[in-house]
Design a protein around this ligand. Structure first.
Ligand code: ARG
Ligand code: GLU
Length: 756
């Protein structure tokens, strides 16, 4: 193991060949100096690596905040103002909405700080520092150990490392494996729990184009929302309290009014969730041919049912908006991913790489690892598919069964730990249950149940069916139909009805548990879980741990075989920097997409009254009057979105796109259709991330919403027009756009004088 570590780190100080084109890679912020700074500066960056990540002084990283653990956000004022995507705050915006006060539809702008809305459960997490703890984590580990031996040594080591840290009152420590277990990094974090909703555009802006335009360019979505972090009296994390004050950040991002041009340098700073860049070809093939098609089909079936109901009833539309968007998002992503893997010949590329790896190092074990991968992926296929079916059908898409997981946990508390623990857990469940019933329509769910159970039964071997689904009443050789079972479950379960469920939960523990244990939804959930545990998860986990350890040695073999190449670790929800340039692309023969879209494009797509492409009168009016304030481009048009070669993934939503100087120029929210396979096979010719142009955000906040008090909090700059202002503190405090030309000239003269 130490050999690999020394390979990686001696390599840090030698010269690298760039693995692929600039653009690929999600890099660790603390290693930019060693690995990326030179290249970034060649691409146009005017900052140093220390400006981006430093533990000694404030740096860009202090403005980057993990939003709820699933998205990224960034500070854009000295009063804790936080920018993220509309779709990241969607659950919160939805939770404050009703038919009479529909914030999704109408948008929301807190007139004063007192009007900002609290969001229990939402947190904002900062990264204070990142340390390489690989040596300590892997001490005593040897190549010839069994996996369990190895893991138990590492677990002990990690405990030791945790013990060696002295953390501040509000700090936490997380240690995470990188390069599939070949390195370990420790993250010291601070988490704030009072995060309030400040502003959101209406869905017709924040989600313009909805699911039709999702994952697609040209794009015209103003996918942003504003929140604010609140802190206790000493700027420290505190639970929600009226007395909390806006958090004062160590750093916040100025916002550029100058926009972007093709080839401009951009970096995207955030928390990408998960990628699989180093899979063997056999795994990619399984994803493409077996797992993705199954998941797409299940979700397609569920979405079609829910969509009908949402279109017919406004109340249902609100109730199901967030759930539908979540399910639809990856449904569509997998479709795009499969297409992209085919068009970029991912399998051919993997084959070529594997041949090269084996050739480059005849003594390495690469050839035998690849063979072992073949057999392990062969062995896991059936259980992996059954597992996906179970998760998509019994966990994800049938809501009644999904909520039964918590009811089972409740009953288990009682059976194993007694009444006290039962009551404590019931208490914790109450918020979840309120939310569940607020957005639940049993008739819709019942229809989904009938369709998905049928799919499950038809596509999987009988041995994977829970007892009830195997009953000959519903399933015979010639016909499978679970409508009667559905009726039985949905009509007799107390859990399809809030009042009935609450009545049971109000009983004393023993009575409630006895009653729950006869409930048909509970019983079906228990049966299905039992089948899963007995028939699916065992075989799956056994093969998966073989695959995981193969992946670790495979990664090691790749790094050791090509010591002069840089390899970035797969995304794992830790802080990363990716950088690239603003660039258009050729989606297909003879078609070229230029990188910036404009408000004119919104109007081109506008369909009055449409479910996805409606435009509000206010936006139409601003457009007709060309009332753009300072937010138009030099061509007189308001930019809406732009694309670049930054390598991003889910979790990067809400990440800032930062210019060469450290200003915010855009807000990441998506990738283009042709490039959604970048999690597995990044291709610089067609992989692009999509960002909202910062000027569109400002235009909506200022001109559309009239929330000028928020604009006043921000720091707007002209990095391109006023380059020689850089570093002149007094000047940066002033909003340049509000100065007369004469004043600007004078300040520039002074700045020059100061420099001399
Ligand atoms: N595709 C983006 C992301 O992966 C945006 C999702 C917004 N949701 C939607 N269904 N439109 O998360
Ligand atoms: N919309 C995604 C998110 O929620 C980001 C797009 C992507 O997957 O690249 O993080």
């Amino acid at each position: 193991m130490t050999t690999l570590r020394s390979t990686l780190f001696s390599a840090l100080f030698t010269c690298f060949t760039v693995m692929a084109f600039a653009g690929e890679g999600m890099w660790l912020p603390q290693l930019l100096k060693a690995l990326n700074e030179g290249e970034m500066q060649t691409m146009g960056m005017k900052m140093t690596a220390e400006d981006i990540y430093s533990i000694n002084q404030s740096s860009l990283k202090d403005a980057i905040v993990h939003f709820g653990g699933f998205c990224t956000s960034e500070l854009i004022s000295d009063q804790g103002l936080l920018l993220t995507n509309h779709h990241c705050g969607y659950g919160q915006i939805q939770s404050h909405s009703s038919v009479d006060n529909n914030l999704l539809k109408n948008g929301f702008w807190a007139a004063t700080k007192n009007d900002e809305l609290s969001n229990p459960g939402l947190f904002a997490r900062f990264i204070d520092r990142i340390d390489d703890v690989s040596d300590k984590a892997l001490a005593g580990v040897a190549d010839n150990m069994s996996d369990s031996e190895r893991q138990s040594i590492i677990d002990k080591n990690l405990e030791g490392i945790k013990g060696s840290y002295t953390l501040g009152d509000f700090q936490d420590l997380q240690i995470r494996p990188f390069y599939h277990g070949n390195q370990y990094f420790a993250f010291v974090t601070t988490t704030y729990n009072d995060v309030r909703l400040v502003g959101a555009p209406p869905e017709s802006i924040g989600k313009f184009g909805s699911d039709t335009d999702n994952w697609v360019f040209p794009r015209h979505t103003g996918d942003f929302a504003l929140f604010r972090i609140y802190a206790g009296p000493n700027n420290e994390p505190a639970e929600y309290s009226e007395n909390n004050k806006p958090y004062v950040p160590k750093h916040f991002l100025p916002i550029s009014l100058d926009g972007v041009a093709e080839n401009d340098f951009t970096l995207v700073f955030g928390f990408p969730g998960r990628t699989n860049q180093y899979l063997p070809g056999v795994a990619v093939k399984q994803t493409m041919d077996v797992l993705n098609p199954a998941k797409i089909n299940i979700r397609d079936t569920a979405l079609k049912i829910i969509d009908q109901y949402m279109r017919a009833d406004e109340a249902v539309r609100i109730q199901y908006a967030s759930k539908f968007a979540r399910v639809a998002n990856y449904w569509k992503k997998w479709i795009g991913e499969n297409q992209g893997l085919k068009t970029t010949n991912a399998l051919g590329r993997k084959q070529k790489f594997e041949d090269k790896l084996v050739r480059a190092n005849a003594d390495s074990n690469a050839a035998s690892i690849l063979k072992d991968f073949d057999s392990a992926y062969g062995s896991i296929e059936e259980s992996a598919l059954a597992r996906d079916y179970y998760q998509e059908v019994a966990i994800r898409n049938i809501e009644l069964l999904n909520m039964q997981r918590y009811i089972r946990a409740l009953v288990k508390r009682y059976d194993n730990n007694g009444e006290e623990e039962y009551n404590a857990y019931k208490q914790r469940l109450s918020g979840f249950l309120d939310n569940f019933y607020k957005n639940y329509r049993p008739n819709i769910d019942q229809e989904v149940f009938v369709a998905l159970t049928q799919l499950y039964a038809e596509k999987l071997d009988k041995k994977y069916l829970p007892k009830s689904l195997n009953d000959s009443k519903y399933s015979t050789k010639s016909k499978t139909d679970y409508s009667d079972l559905a009726r039985l479950v949905y009509e007799n379960s107390v859990f399809t009805d809030k009042e009935k469920a609450m009545k049971v939960l109000a009983m004393n523990a023993a009575e409630a548990v006895a009653k729950i244990k006869t409930d048909p939804a509970y019983l079906l959930g228990v049966e299905w879980e039992k089948t899963y545990n007995e028939k699916i998860s065992g075989p799956y986990n056994g093969q998966k741990s073989i695959i995981d350890s193969l992946q670790r040695i495979y990664m090691q073999s790749i790094i050791e075989t090509f010591p002069n190449q840089r390899f970035y670790p797969d995304a794992n929800s830790t802080m990363r920097v990716t950088y690239g340039q603003v660039k258009g692309y050729n989606p297909k023969d003879a078609v070229y997409y230029t990188p910036v879209t404009y408000l004119d494009g919104v109007m081109e797509k506008y369909v009055p009254g449409d479910y996805e492409f409606d435009v509000t009168p206010k936006l139409l009016e601003l457009y007709e009057n060309k009332d753009y304030g300072q937010y138009a481009d030099t061509n007189g048009k308001v930019p809406v979105c732009f694309i670049g070669t930054n390598h991003t993934t889910g979790g990067n939503s809400g990440s800032p796109a930062i210019d060469a100087y450290g200003n915010l120029v855009g807000l990441n929210f998506d990738r283009v259709w042709e490039g959604t396979m970048s999690d597995i096979n990044y291709d610089p010719s067609i992989c692009r991330n999509i960002m909202v142009d910062a000027r569109y955000i400002l235009f909506i906040v200022d001109k559309y919403a009239g929330a000028t008090h928020l604009i006043d909090e921000m720091k707007l700059v002209h990095p391109k027009k006023d380059i020689d202002w850089q570093g002149v503190d007094e000047v940066e405090q002033v909003k340049p756009e509000k100065l007369s030309r004469k004043m600007k000239r004078k300040m520039r003269r002074e700045a020059k004088k100061n420099k001399k």
